[in-house]
Structures are given as C-alpha cells and as structure tokens.
Design a protein around this ligand. Structure first.
Ligand code: XBP
Ligand code: MG
Length: 231
C-alpha cells in the first residue's frame, strides 16, 4: 500500500536550476567582486556536483586552479549570499511549480498519503519555494542540505527520511528528476518515478519505475484534447 510520496526539489517541484540557482550564484560572485560567470551550458556540467558549496569548490579546482581561497569561510560566505539572492528570485515569482506538481500534492494530501522532501539544496531555499507556492505544513519532513553529510547520489538523505517517518521503502514512491537523485533513492531501495527536464533529459533512467516528461496532463494529439474528445 502506498503510504508516502517523497519529493526531490530542484528540477522536480520546479525548474529552479537555470533561472534560479545559476543566476543566484552569478549574483553572489559579482557581489564578491569575482569575475566568474556560469553560463547555461557550463552550469549543466557543474550540476554533476550536487550541493552549492561543493559545486563552488569543484569549479575553483577545475576552472580556476590558480585562484587562492582568501579565507576559511570564503565558500560558506559566498554560498550564504547565494541563498539570499536565490530567495530574492523566488519571491519575485519567476519560478513556477512544474505542471501537475500542485495537483498531485493536493490529491495525495486529501487521500491521506504522507508527504516528505529529500533534497541536496539548503533548507531556506526549500522553505522559500514551498511558501511561495504550496502549503508547506503538508510536508511531514523536510530533509535538506547539510542535514546528512553525504549528499546525493549517496542514499543518506533517503535513509534519513525513512527513519524519521518510520516507513519501509516499499511503502513509498520517490519523485526525482536526475540520475543523481535516482541513484540516491535506489540505493535506499525506494521505487522512483523520474520527471526529466532540459538539464537531465539525456541521463540514464533505466533504474526508474516510470520516466515522464512532467506530471501534468499527457501531451495528447490535438484531436484528443478537451473539447475534441468525441472525434
Ligand atoms: C540540487 C542541487 C543543489 C542546487 C543548489 O540537487 O544540486 O546543489 O543546485 O542548492 P537535487 P544549494 O535536486 O538532486 O537535490 O546551493 O542550496 O546547495
Ligand atoms: Mg533534482
């Protein structure tokens, strides 16, 4: 019996990466006087590293090998400022939920299915996204950011949610958008539905129970759409 739905956030609830996180990183870099500028394509590569702080470290190692990190909390401070910019972007309402997300969450809530979040992103980011779009009190557990030391694709965040909710993996379905997320959930034995997006569409999803382009209405041929159903 299905008892719980566990949602990833970035790329799953909303397309937050390209116009949200990426832009916020760039604004934080500019504010710190750095001439780093993450293009849409470069950001696609950087997404191979989960977690904002981890992504900045990776970028420095890979693309700015001569850059000397000025202080111990340089990356943490930069990331804290990135969170500020990201929340500002969300509050402007430019990043809507993906199709079908709100309906699924509402119907699951009405049916008494328990809801949880498992994300690599920092907690304030998740709270902002939920508060701008949904009733965040519906989520029993919001497992985010550094709450577990090993981020996705490690399974730790999903083990954490299962333990906190006292659930068995077979009682749950996970909704993810990336191969990282799929690996993380699968290692915790959780059946996973993928809703891919532009950044993740070419990834390997063979371990998913279902792969969809989104959770909204199916993309039916025109003649089958509402109003033409009798054709
Ligand atoms: C999300 C991420 C995050 C965000 C940035 O992965 O990889 O790093 O891009 O978030 P997932 P923070 O959807 O698999 O959880 O800057 O808040 O870390
Ligand atoms: Mg994701």
């Amino acid at each position: 019996k299905l008892r719980a739905l566990i949602f990833d956030v970035d790329g799953t609830l909303a397309d937050t990466e390209r116009d949200g996180h990426r832009v916020a990183f760039n604004r934080a870099f500019a504010e710190a006087g750095l001439n780093w500028d993450w293009s849409v394509d470069l950001y696609g590569e950087l997404l191979s590293v989960a977690g904002g702080k981890e992504r900045i470290s990776f970028y420095i190692k890979q693309y700015c090998p001569n850059f000397s990190i000025p202080s111990d909390n340089f990356i943490a401070d930069l990331h804290a400022n990135k969170i500020k910019h990201y929340r500002q972007l969300l509050s402007e309402g430019i990043i809507p939920l993906r199709p079908g997300v709100k309906r699924l969450i509402q119907e699951a809530h009405n049916a008494g299915i328990r809801l949880a979040i498992a994300t690599t992103s920092a907690l304030p980011n998740v709270i902002s996204l939920l508060e701008n779009n949904l009733d965040s009190s519906w989520f029993e557990i919001i497992a985010a950011g550094d709450i577990v030391p090993a981020k996705k694709p490690a399974p730790d965040i999903y083990y954490y949610v299962l333990q906190q909710m006292n659930l068995q993996p077979q009682d749950c379905i996970v909704i993810e958008d990336s191969n990282h997320g799929l690996q993380s959930a699968n290692q915790a034995s959780l059946p996973t539905i993928i809703t891919f997006n532009d950044y993740t569409q070419n990834q390997d999803f063979s371990a998913a129970v279902l792969v969809l382009n989104h959770l909204g209405e199916p993309d039916l041929p025109f003649s089958l759409k509402a109003g033409n159903a009798k054709d």
